[in-house]
Design a protein around this ligand. Structure first.
Ligand code: NAI
Length: 395
């Protein structure tokens, strides 16, 4: 079929298989254009491996370090005349490129929060790899069914304690207008921690350890965000921030069991991904941030960020550099004073009328479409394309 974008609010309900493949290939090409990682992990499990930061976290150790990778994600395969999700096509493309490069790659499409998928992945590790030496936890999910009580928890993106009013951009129309978000209830806070905190990360490590499939000296990393004062009420001091605090506590618990320098939280840059597009206020901040960082030659996407995470911290041969809270900071360029000052000044000024001039809103929109495989060079979007694309490792 001929695949075109169908955008509904902050999601695109179609994805272009060839565009997604081109997107994955450009990330692979970037990694291959750089020196190989000095001290790479060799057997990597990525939970949340199909899009955004998780996809980049699969590509970097594979193509920068020759690692075997297992990816876990929750995606929709395409069928005849109906496209699958971008993460599905990304993973098909990743597996094909890995096979062509002689790299082991297996993927599991299912609910990472469930016991079943943990058991399935453990069986695959035992059968194919013996052990894993690096586990990346990069889930972003609106809900989680806890396998111990069977209850489904939903995460919310809300401030805590008081309502939050701020400028916001409607990403469909480009209209900048104020938005007010009411504070979360105690139950909503607790549920967001259940979904986006570190409980499931710990459960994965516990299950892998119990099965004896963790290599001595293994490393594990999960991702967080901090950002500027202006988004503090909706992010760092909001429900999602509470979940990220829990993630840091989980890292400390994993370290107390397996030794310091086992588990890390890496604070990453704000970037257009399926998860971040759903957060109020953040898309406007990202549009302004991109403009400033591009002008200063400091802009990075997920692949550049994760390349830096591995080359400077996780696979450098030395120990990662940590902040006072023992976190890795690859948001360091975003948080530079000159960058934040310029963004804060633009934030004061931005309106619907000057949005395209003082922000990189067009770049934001292009990047959003690229997530779904649209707008990539060399892809013939007028041509019929096959929507049913099996995952090579599922055959
Ligand atoms: P994303 O939406 O691109 O990726 C989410 C991944 O989780 C996908 O692979 C998806 O298939 C998988 N997933 C979701 N629910 C699942 C389930 N039940 N079972 C199995 N897989 C499931 O999100 P993004 O932005 O890459 O986020 C990843 C992590 O990075 C999150 O912890 C997020 O908070 C963090 N982060 C994101 C930033 C951003 O600006 N995008 C900035 C800093 C941190």
């Amino acid at each position: 079929m001929i695949v075109t974008p169908k955008i509904r609010g902050f999601i695109c309900t179609t994805a272009h298989p060839d565009g997604c493949a081109a997107n994955v290939q450009s990330q692979i090409d970037y990694v291959k254009s750089l020196p190989a990682l000095a001290n790479p992990p060799k057997k990597v499990l990525v939970i949340g491996a199909s899009t955004g930061y998780g996809l980049a976290s699969r590509i970097v150790p594979a193509f920068g370090g020759g690692a075997a990778t297992i990816g876990v994600f929750f995606e929709k395969p395409g069928v005849e005349n109906k496209t699958g999700s971008a993460g599905w096509y990304n993973s098909v493309a990743f597996e094909k490129a890995a096979a062509a490069a002689g790299l082991y790659a297996k993927s599991f499409n299912g609910d990472a929060f469930s016991n079943e998928i943990k058991e399935t992945v453990i069986r695959a590790i035992k059968a194919d790899l013996g052990q894993v030496d690096c586990i990346v936890y990069s889930l972003a999910s609106p809900r989680r069914t806890d396998p111990t009580d069977g209850e489904t928890y939903k995460s919310v993106l809300k401030p805590i304690g008081q309502s939050y009013s701020q400028k916001n951009v409607n990403t469909d129309t480009g209209e900048v207008s104020p938005i007010t978000i009411e504070p979360a209830s105690d139950e909503e806070i607790a549920h967001t921690i259940k979904v986006m905190g570190g409980e499931d990360w710990e459960l994965w490590i516990e299950a892998l350890s119990g099965a004896g499939v963790l290599a001595d000296g293994f490393k594990t990393v999960a991702y967080s965000y901090i950002g500027p004062d202006l988004t503090y009420p909706i992010y760092t001091n909001g429900t999602i921030g509470r979940a990220k605090e829990h993630l840091e506590e989980s890292a400390a618990r994993i370290n107390s069991q397996f030794g310091n320098d086992t588990a890390y939280v890496s604070v990453n840059k704000a970037l257009v991904t399926q998860a971040s597009s759903a957060i109020p206020v953040v898309p406007l901040y990202i549009s302004l941030l991109y403009k400033v960082m591009k002008e200063k030659g400091l802009h990075e996407g997920t692949i550049e960020q994760i390349q830096r995470l591995f080359s400077d911290h996780l696979a450098s041969g030395g120990k990662p550099t940590l902040d006072d809270h023992l976190r890795i900071r690859i948001d360091d360029w975003e948080m530079r004073e000159e960058i934040q000052k310029a963004v804060a000044e633009a934030w004061e000024k931005v309106t619907t009328d000057n949005l395209s001039e003082i922000s990189d809103f067009s770049g934001y929109k292009k990047e959003f479409l690229r997530l779904f495989g649209f707008g990539l060079e060399g892809v013939d979007y007028q041509a019929e394309t096959e929507t049913e694309r099996p995952l090579p490792s599922e055959k």
